[in-house]
Ligand binder design. Structure first.
Ligand code: ADP
Ligand code: MG
Length: 465
């Protein structure tokens, strides 16, 4: 999917407000009816329909009238909401080229004001997986109500939490910078995925380092579950950085042994093939000849002693609710456990993506508050000065600035009132529409368009917009 951040320049506060309203509506609706969008957004001067049209034009929303008439966010729309939040928080100010296409993610360079370049990972769960395509499809056939945006958000949240925890325990991982929606910002790893490396100075040392990481992680209570040459980065000094954490599990997971062995086997297999390292196959009996590294060096899950700080427990206690963890695990394990039966007891779980919470309402609210003068300048709060929007209205958009300025006045005073009103309107509207949506499928957030990955040459200053 093309991430044309240029479009952001043409989006007004009302556009973002309506986009956010659709996002909130989607918590309970596969498609959000225009009336509900209007009620949630409650633009001061009306005009929701015009805004919806604009958002459709830029493909931030999708309109669907097959089951009933309504709108849903596209991944692009979701991207923009996350990017805007990040920019407002001052996490970065420019989006650059795409540097990676993962199984279910797109990775871009982003730049801070001072020129520091970071990596932004946008999770795209539900995009066809390169791996385990079939098992996921089988699995998901039984889960038509899955909400990809929700799952992508959980994947990002989990990745961020695990990256942070691993970093704190001095594992070689990128530095976790921030997380919002399906977006994780982290330090940019200087290096290449191991899969691209044809030669190593010291393959044995690299091999041992990598296995050492797997073992030490297990000692800390964690298994990566996708530990392979695609998720290991290596630099010119042959230092290792591991990436990609949404599928990690605890060593107390029922399939922990299998995941652990599989991670280990991936490393053995890769080094055997790529660097001609041979291992004495003293377990299954094999005809392999040379012996460079003794197969008996293979770490055994049963022999790994737990280190004092159990990261799996720490992580369980923070970040996720158990329900969120379960939702994500169910999806990911659908792909991980290839032979797993297909979620037969999983009824249509309408509640997985529950009501918009106070935080959402605040965020929606902040879209109106962003331009208020900020003396406090406190922190990363989303209700803060949005510099780039000031420069945004340069005249080439059909947006009424005067109205907008008027909108801002007195808004602060209405803050609490507005949150209350929104919340009430939303509940009422949702109750009204709920009747018609029970059997609808939510399994439709998949990106349909082809991705043009290399063409995001844009190094666009978001702040200038
Ligand atoms: P997925 O979960 O979709 O597999 P990954 O996290 O593995 O996504 O990222 C996909 C690719 O993006 C990686 O193989 C790597 O080339 C690149 N990448 C990811 N994170 C970073 C980073 N922090 N710095 C540099 N490149 C990265
Ligand atoms: Mg990966």
């Amino acid at each position: 999917m093309k991430l044309d951040v240029n479009v952001l320049r043409y989006l007004s506060k009302d556009d973002f407000r309506v986009l956010t309203a659709v996002e909130m509506g989607m918590r309970n609706h596969e498609l959000v009816p225009a009336e509900l969008v209007e009620r949630i957004a409650s633009l001061k001067h009306g005009g929701t329909y015009k805004v919806l049209k604009n958002l459709l034009k830029y493909k931030l929303l999708h309109h669907d009238s097959s089951k009933y008439d309504g709108f849903r966010l596209t991944y692009l729309g979701y991207d923009f909401l996350a990017i805007k939040t990040m920019v407002n928080r001052g996490v970065f100010s420019a989006v650059g080229r795409q540097i990676g296409v993962g199984k279910e993610s797109d990775i871009f360079e982003v730049a801070q004001e001072d020129g520091t370049v970071l990596a932004m990972k946008l999770h795209r769960l539900g995009r066809t997986s390169f791996r385990a395509v079939k098992s996921k499809r089988d699995y998901l056939r039984h889960r038509s109500s899955y909400n990809w945006l929700y799952l992508s958000r959980l994947a990002a949240l989990k990745e961020f939490a695990f990256m942070k925890a691993l970093e704190e325990h001095e594992f070689p991982v990128p530095k976790a910078v921030d997380c919002n929606r399906h977006c994780v910002v982290m330090s940019l790893v200087q290096g290449y995925p191991l899969v691209q490396v044809k030669q190593l100075q010291n393959p044995e040392i690299v091999f041992e380092n990598i296995l050492g990481i797997v073992v030490r992680m297990a000692e800390h209570g964690l298994i990566h579950c996708d530990f392979n040459e695609f998720n290991i980065m290596i630099d010119d000094e042959e230092n290792i950085t591991m990436i990609d954490f949404p599928q990690m599990v605890s060593v107390s997971h029922r399939n922990a042994q299998m995941y652990f062995d599989r991670d280990v086997e991936c490393i053995f297999k890769f080094f055997r093939r790529r660097f001609d390292m041979s291992f004495q196959e003293d377990r299954g009996g094999s005809d392999d000849t040379e012996v460079d590294v003794d197969e008996s060096a293979r770490p055994l899950f049963s022999e790994i002693a737990k280190a004092a700080g159990a990261l799996d427990k720490e992580l369980e206690a923070s970040g996720f609710t158990r329900k969120e963890q379960n939702d994500l695990d169910k999806f990911i394990e659908g792909g991980l456990d290839k032979g797993k039966d297909s979620g037969e007891e999983e009824s249509e779980d309408e509640e997985q993506n529950s009501e918009p919470n106070e935080e959402d309402l605040n965020e929606l609210n902040s879209l109106q508050l962003q331009e208020k003068p900020s003396n406090s300048n406190n922190d990363k709060s989303e209700v803060e000065v949005d510099n780039h929007e000031k420069g945004q209205s340069t005249g080439d958009e059909d947006h009424d600035e005067t109205d907008e300025e008027e909108d801002e006045e007195g808004v602060e005073a209405e803050d609490a009132e507005l949150v209350k009103r929104l919340s009430k309107q939303r509940r009422r509207a949702m109750a009204a529409v709920r009747g018609g949506r029970r059997n609808s499928s939510r399994n439709s957030y998949k990106d349909k368009g082809g991705r043009s990955s290399q063409n995001s040459k844009i190094h666009k200053k978001l702040k200038d917009w």
